[in-house]
Design a protein around this ligand. Structure first.
Ligand code: NAD
Length: 419
């Protein structure tokens, strides 16, 4: 039976945002059609052996959305919810994210539909190596450069780099970013996305005359992005009053000890059982009264259903696609400022770009240099977007898309379309 109401796909959400900005630009109709189509989508079987000896088969994806500005760039997600639709939306967003911070990359994304928490280290390694082996012909430092995303780690990037290097018979650290330091990773990469989230949040808080000290921050998702962002807010005197992960939310009006929460997750694998705050549901956490809400888990967390009950002054999208377009309209009408994902979480791909550049030069930078260059890119592009938003009377999201689309289209026009 066909359901009466079909949920809009993640790619559908992404296209809705694109269209809002594209309608304000004088775009050639043919180029616009081309931008709504991924360049390449790859789906493949990943057979692997369980520790028990049993043969299991998972599905792997890689989408290379656009190459106009350079090699495809984007993470690999290991999660039970991975679908072609989701990976395509994430690759589409990567195209705009790389352009918004003016990096010489196109957009890509990949994933495996699996639950990494249920897999042993050996099983994860075998899945990763088979995933990389399937993609040997289409990835590479000048073709497509993956990185970590939900459920993947520097160790997984190390296995990817090794498998690729073995196949091409050449040490190739620049095929993937987010690697361990010892394999040509960049200093500051692990913290880069959360650091970038906090940098644009601080810049917008200043514009809104919101003092940092004792401002109330809520962070959904306590992985790579959420935990680092929470730490950066706490370091500047903000009160992190709520955090959450798959195990639920933890609220503390006097401020959560973020360092203790990070240590707890390191020792226990998740926040389950964390005693530093009152246990609340993930839904209730999002609706807590606060100055800044940072959704840093997955897509579609702020929806038409809960948008009218969000009590933040500022939302900084650490995750990709956490706000549906319908919710975005409600939030905007209610005067809640949203810093969009394609800008807010671009710190990760920015330091990935630094890593790629360092690997190719074989010359590595100090952490202070990485962080200074990251701050320069995030703050200058934020200022540029905020200025356009004011000038055109549009949201930060629409302004960010307008700048990104314009940069990609300029590259396409300068190259010409090989039709
Ligand atoms: P991660 O796997 O390190 O952490 C994800 C966190 O979200 C975990 O704490 C998990 O428990 C939690 N989570 C999952 N489902 C949840 C739910 N329903 N409610 C509450 N919490 C939930 O992943 P990450 O790398 O931190 O990525 C988080 C988001 O940021 C994703 O949207 C990702 O695409 C985006 N992102 C990541 C990077 C990066 O560099 N890692 C860069 C840009 C964007």
């Amino acid at each position: 039976m066909i359901a009466a109401v079909r949920e809009v796909s993640v790619f559908g959400d992404a296209i809705a945002y694109f269209n809002e900005a594209a309608n304000l630009l004088d775009l050639d109709a043919g180029l616009r059609r081309l931008l709504l189509q991924p360049s390449r989508q790859i789906i493949f079987a990943i057979p692997f052996q369980r520790d028990s000896g049993e043969l299991e088969v998972y599905t792997g994806y890689r989408v290379q959305y656009n190459f106009a500005r350079g090699p495809a760039k984007g993470g690999i997600r290991f999660h039970p919810g991975v679908t072609l639709d989701e990976v395509t939306a994430l690759a589409f967003w990567m195209t705009w994210k790389c352009a918004v911070v003016d990096l010489p990359f196109g957009g890509g994304k990949g994933g495996v539909t699996c639950d990494p928490g249920s897999l042993s280290k050996g099983e994860l390694e075998r899945i990763t190596r088979r995933y990389a082996a399937e993609l040997v012909e289409v990835v590479g430092p000048d073709k497509d450069v993956p990185a970590p995303d939900v459920g993947t780690t520097p160790q997984i990037m190390g296995w990817f780099m090794d498998t690729y290097s073995m196949h091409v018979r050449q040490h190739t650290p620049g095929v993937v970013t987010g690697k361990p330091l010892i394999l040509g990773g960049s200093r500051g990469r692990v913290e880069a996305t959360g650091r970038g989230v906090s940098l644009v949040a601080f810049a917008q808080m200043k514009k809104m005359d919101l003092p940092l000290v004792n401002s109330r921050i809520v962070v959904q998702g306590f992985g790579n992005v959420g935990s680092v962002a929470a730490q950066m807010f706490a370091e500047r005197g903000c009160l992190v009053v709520g955090i959450s992960d798959v195990s639920g939310g933890y609220a503390n009006d006097r401020g959560i000890d973020v360092a203790a929460a990070i240590a707890y997750v390191r020792d226990h694998g998740s926040l389950a059982g964390f005693g530093g705050g009152e246990h609340v549901s993930n839904g209730a956490l999002l609706e807590m009264a606060c100055d800044v809400l940072v959704p840093a888990a997955l897509e579609k967390q702020l929806t038409l259903e809960n948008a009218s009950r969000i009590h933040a002054k500022l939302i900084v999208e650490g995750a990709n696609g956490p706000t549906t377009p319908e919710a975005d309209h409600v939030l905007t009408e209610r005067g809640i400022v949203v810093i969009p994902d394609i800008l807010a979480n671009a710190g990760g791909v920015t330091v990935s770009y630094f890593e790629w550049a360092q690997d190719r030069a074989g010359f590595f930078w100090k952490e202070a240099e990485v962080n200074a260059r990251l701050a320069d890119i995030m703050e200058s592009n934020f200022a540029h977007i905020a200025e356009l938003a004011t000038l055109r009377g549009v949201s930060l999201r629409t302004a960010a898309y307008m700048i990104a689309i314009d940069r990609v289209v300029q590259s396409m026009e300068a190259r010409g379309v090989y039709a």
